[in-house]
Design a protein around this ligand. Structure first.
Ligand code: URA
Length: 230
């Protein structure tokens, strides 16, 4: 259950103050009765109408951002620029939060959603979503490195990583697929094999790929794409 004014605003019919004005103007009904109190509690079991039109409640939003380097994945930061600054104002007001994180200097696919349940499911270690990174690095990936990744790398601080896939694309260029999200994981895995990363970009996450989305831009996922995440 949530406040009527929040329910109306989340349904996309106006700002919190605009919807209060709709209520005052007797344009909102709850289960057929004119609503008078913006603080009254409503939930999915109620039929809320504006001007006789039923509202669907909060719309689930999922967006994909092509994150540029130089932005930290956080809702706010006293010093750094955050990924939230890349969201258009109207989306910032919709309660979108980043799903997982990319390091400040990492580019690529970063999801945002206003659905807390979906967010927690996607970042749960149990879910084991495969994430693919394109890395440019010092050195060259050799057969022994590929084998070490497939067995599970032990980082320099002793942390054990799950088996991962290292695919050599060319000299100093590889694809890395991991199913977990430890701090600086790909950079630390590569460093532990003597191949420090100089450029890192996430190109896919589970069934979703960055595709042709330009750097710094975002796009809304379709219902079909969201269904693939479930
Ligand atoms: N691994 C990293 O090292 N950095 C990221 O941003 C994501 C995965």
């Amino acid at each position: 259950m949530e406040r009527l004014d929040k329910y109306l605003a989340d349904s996309g019919c106006g700002t919190r103050s605009a919807v209060k004005a709709f209520i005052k103007a007797r344009r909102v009904t709850v289960d057929g009765a004119v609503a008078k109190d913006p603080a009254m509690k409503v939930g999915p079991e109620h039929t809320v109408c504006l001007d006789g039109q039923a509202l669907g409640g909060k719309q689930r939003l999922v967006y994909m951002l092509h994150k540029p380097a130089g932005f930290v994945t956080a809702n706010s930061d006293p010093v750094e620029k955050t990924v939230m600054e890349l969201l258009p104002e109207q989306l910032r007001r919709q309660g979108l939060n980043p799903v997982g994180r990319l390091d400040k200097e990492t580019e690529g696919l970063l999801l945002f959603t206003n659905d807390g349940e979906l967010l927690h499911r996607l970042i749960s270690p149990k879910k084991e979503v495969a994430k693919v990174y394109y890395a440019r690095h010092e050195g060259d990936a050799a057969e022994e490195d590929i084998a070490a990744f497939s067995q599970g790398i032990t980082l320099r601080d002793g942390t054990l990583c799950r088996p991962a896939v290292l695919q050599r694309l060319g000299a100093g260029e590889s694809l890395v697929t991991v199913c977990e999200g430890k701090y600086h994981q790909v950079r630390r895995m590569m460093a532990s094999r003597g191949m420090p990363v100089v450029y890192l970009k996430r190109i896919s996450e589970g069934p979703l790929s960055l595709g042709e989305l330009p750097l710094g831009q975002m796009r809304q996922l379709t219902e079909e794409e969201i269904a693939l995440l479930e």
